[in-house]
Design a protein around this ligand. Sequence first.
Ligand code: UDP
Ligand code: UDP
Length: 478
Amino acid sequence: MAPQETQSSVDGVPHVMFIPSAGMGHLLPFFRVIAALYGHGGVEVSVVTVLPTVSAAEADHFTELFAKFPGIRRVDFHLLPFDAAAEFPGHDPFLLRWEALRRSAHLLGPLVAGVSAVVTDVTLASHVIPICNEVHVPCHVLFVSCATMLSLVAYFPVHLDNNSKKKKAATGSVGDVDIPRVRRIAESWLPQPLLDLEKLFTKQFIDNGREITKADGFLVNTFDALEPAALAALRDGMVVPGFPPVYAIGPLKSHTCNKSSDEKNKPAAAGSPVAWLDEQPAKSVVYVAFGNRNAVSHEQIREIAAGLDSSGCRFLWVLKTTTVDRDDAAELADVLGAGFLDRVHGRGLVTKAWVDQEALLKHPAVGLFLSHSGWNSVTEAAAAGVPLLAWPRGGDHRVNATVVVSGGVGEWMEHWSWDGEDRLVMGAEIGEKVKEVMADAAVRARAARVGEEAAKAVAEGGTSYRNMQEFIGKLKTA
Ligand code: UDP
Ligand code: UDP
């Protein structure tokens, strides 16, 4: 690896270095904060970039970021050789990229030494925080999930320590996690790998959870009105005593939202999802998407298709059939089954392409979001005031779904199976539920209120606006 030279603050202008990890669910919030901070002015910004990325979507978005903001410095970082396939056969490629980054993190030392502050991802925290501490550079974590999940990350090691004191560890069960002043997280809601302490994900998760108390602060893509209890408990040191400051700055929005009036007036490309939505009545469309890396089984995809068909609703379905987009070679017609696309022609649109989900959710034709409840998706639904029907698939999704319910964003199908459970949710049930929620005025009204709260939070003077100002102020006085 050839570290490039980095500059500390020039003429009193602070230099903030972002060290993101991998996966669009992690990168998009980073890009959103980077663009916001850079747009604010008075701050030098650089971004540690590892190429090639795991997915094509990540590569496209890095290119877009640096093209749109030529003043942001790209700091290329070369990873040490790591024979992931031999050491961890069959593991998730994004998790392996986190591991590769962690194993190379000590090489970041010379890059970090010159800057005024670092913002990194929780997946790298236990490696990046000590490096920053060593060179006395403040290190913040941009946490890409909800505050409730942050409280779980912080409390999970304490929970395990308590278990071993009570000799519960001997039973091999992790058990429900009762996070002080936040909520009880049932064992069955935990990210699946956490039930096995030997898993690579779990080891990283515990190491990061122990180290994050030494961060200088957290930026979280949530807002005070959405998660008041979790934010208060973290800030008051009820989860872990002396927890660093938590700045709730969401819902984050993309820099592409700030389109020029020329861009806004441009008609949507013929055949595009937006052009299709333009033809549909207000709030008539169910938008269906499970994030950028959740490959639902083909059998389950067929049941979702049957459900959307039987619901009688219009729908726009963004379908991903593989964990990494570059591997997705399946033909829609084969995956969906003979005749499906013809049968729903005009009423439903299915695409495998990358879409601008944030913009689609704001389209007036969208009335419901059937989602895996990845946290970015939840915040985008909240910002758009569109009700979300949560069908968690894995990871933090069930924890996020607790916030979907408590915050009024939508409903959670708690008994619907997720990855690793050998149980299909049948089309008839999916169809009935979609129809029911689409017709539920109370659900819609609650989601609309959340949308208003979200708008208030990020508007000048709102909680997220003030938290971001406070964070920037701290950078400038560091
Ligand atoms: N996304 C998008 N277009 C796509 C697929 C995903 O814009 O075709 C965005 C989506 O809006 C969200 C992010 O990618 O911002 C996915 O993050 P999330 O936390 O919802 O789920 P993950 O993919 O991490 O499971
Ligand atoms: N996470 C964490 N520490 C880790 C790894 C993951 O706090 O070492 C969080 C991560 O931010 C996410 C959640 O755990 O909120 C679930 O991770 P998952 O594998 O589902 O990744 P993602 O969907 O975020 O890519």
